[in-house]
Design a protein around this ligand. Structure first.
Ligand code: MN
Length: 231
């Protein structure tokens, strides 16, 4: 087969303990999935989960022992971090029941749903799509994917983010409004999940702006740490 130009390389993420990499298909993100974060965004209560999508090529790899570079994006004065646990789908499917969700999960990773909050806010006010606030270049940092067998209990795991050594976000995955299995159940009614899909499961409270030079260190217990510097 020939193309009118060379197609881009497949975006992929390293897998802990394996030479093979995880090829990324789509990136789904869950909005407002912790009560305290919903409150800080001006909402309350348990609403049905909602989703947005980022292109696969927004991934920024944060490799163990390294400080990844995170380019400060254009157009924003309010570039915010959202630490999130990421679910990596290994087997596709639609209308997946929560009780069967585990059969579709390859592994988990630590990720950041970076956000141009000012632009997202403008779009919300105008009832327009969030793309410009969420789905911009370099907006999806992620660490290596830990296969489920090695990941421990991610439904009860601490999640935290520090900026320049100071706590910004600290919570526990047990506080997710919609847990991983319930999220997969809802998501798979709207899209047929495919192997390679990533699901950013939502961020706890404490989202705040970062500026050039800031060093972000994020962690989910059992999944390691990621480290990035805004440049
Ligand atoms: Mn988010």
């Amino acid at each position: 087969m020939s193309f009118v130009f060379n197609p881009p390389e497949t975006v992929s993420v390293p897998v802990v303990g394996r030479a093979e990499r995880f090829p990324v298909q789509r990136i789904y993100c869950v909005g407002r999935n912790y009560v305290e974060h919903a409150k800080e965004m001006g909402f309350t209560g348990r609403e049905p989960p909602f989703f947005f999508i980022k292109p696969a090529n927004t991934v920024v790899l944060a490799l163990p022992g390294e400080t990844a570079q995170l380019p400060y994006p254009t157009l924003t004065q309010d570039y915010q971090h959202e630490i999130e646990m990421v679910v990596a789908i290994g087997k596709g499917g639609k209308n997946i029941k929560a009780a069967d969700a585990h059969k579709h999960i390859f592994g988990y990773a630590v990720g950041l749903d970076m956000t141009r909050r000012d632009l997202q806010g403008d779009m919300k006010k105008q009832g327009r799509p969030w793309c410009i606030g969420k789905a911009f270049d370099h907006s999806s940092p992620i660490g290596p994917i830990t296969p489920v067998e090695q990941a421990g209990d991610v439904n009860h795991a601490e999640i935290w983010l520090q900026v320049n050594g100071q706590d910004r976000q600290r919570s526990d995955l047990s506080k997710l409004i919609w847990n991983v299995a319930e999220t997969i159940e809802h998501l798979s009614t709207a899209w047929e999940l495919q192997p390679g899909d990533l699901i950013y499961s939502g961020t706890p409270e404490g989202v705040k702006a970062v500026v050039k030079g800031n060093v972000l260190v994020g962690c989910v217990a059992g999944l390691g740490e990621i480290r990035l510097q805004v440049v």
